[in-house]
Design a protein around this ligand. Sequence first.
Ligand SMILES: [Cu+2]
Length: 449
Amino acid sequence: MASLGGAAAEATLFAAQRQSAGSVSGSKPDFTLRIAQADIEIAPKRVIRTLAYNGMSPGPLLRMKEGQPVTIEVINDTGEADIAHWHGLHIPSAVDGATEEGTPLVPAHGSARYSFTAMPSGTRWYHSHVSAGRNLKRATYTGQFGFLYIDPRSEPGNYDQEVFLALKEWDPYFSSAGPDDDSIDVAYEHFSINNRALGFGEPIRVKQGQRVLLRILNASATITRSIAVAGHQFRVVAMDGNPVAVPKAVQSLQLGPAERIDAIVEMNQPGVWILGAVDDHDRERGMGIVIEYAGQSGEPRWVAPPDEPWGYTAFGAAGKPDSRSAPFERVPLVFEKKFAGHHWVDKWTINGKSYPKTDPIRVKANGRYRLVFDNRSNEGHPVHLHRHTFELVKVAGVATSGVFKDVVVVAPKSQTEVDLIAKNPGLTLFHCHQQMHMDYGFMTLMKYV
Ligand SMILES: [Cu+2]
């Protein structure tokens, strides 16, 4: 366990004092989430028994206004401690929802309150942030996730309909990673978008000429995936909730675990269509949703998208000259896999060490840092920095600017550079959002010194 500085320790103590087992006195919270076992019927007779918030998965949409003070109460009706993380928010360590930063756990059969100011605006989300290890009934393998949307002070609102879509796999099991690989990976039995498998939920009902804004979240514990909408294009307007420099129409989207994309689909092809996973197996096993135009009927159509390379830089502006106002100090972070033995889970390292032995990233308040993610493994990694937003500046050698994110998938054997202004003091977790990578070492702390 990392040691806490004075202010952080005090904040943690304060948060701990606000916890109590059973009823919580005082003012009414703005939102209440109750962790308990739930049965999610993604299709008739296809019932997923999992842990969820308020008996549903995704959990309730927590909608708040930028700058609004909010209190969320989390009640844990299970026999094991858990914790909820508010992903993408710039809030203090004591309420961020990561024990490594000093946020207390929500005790078994107890509760905790999280009070913070909602910021920044955009598509955020919340999810369990415990370690799962080899227990696939915990953490992000479960139904414990939901959208948290922060309305901007001024919303351009240039759309006719807003639809939240969470991509999720269910019933995980261990499998071998591939024919040439002895290590262990996770595979899934069932798939859904929101709480229904393809063909079993209400369609997205649209009218010709509408502009439908999709707020899409990949709530997967482990899988980076591509999706497409048959007969249509996605016009990407925001990534991880932040408007992109160059909104652009594409045939398909790729999202790593925890990434969000806001995209507008112009409804200009009357019919009944499928929005879903490009992967046939996963789509046929549930990862899709039907789009139905008014007055149209028939079998929903799927059309595979043309091959098109996916890359963040398509939505960025030109790279900024390196001579800009103040230099950014380079922080190299090398990601490598450490083979753990046949039929065993591999360990992951950052600069040669696995968490909790990793060296912290040391920053000064208001300092400027260029984090250099150097992925020397042959897997992509959706790396996530808590409590901050960074700007992509170089992706596999291509300079860019104006794409602000809190998760970035670093492609196999490649480098991604991001600029960070350290302006939210307190312990800050940095980790791969692939649950198994995170649980087996791919994590470190950023410390303000
Ligand atoms: Cu990873």
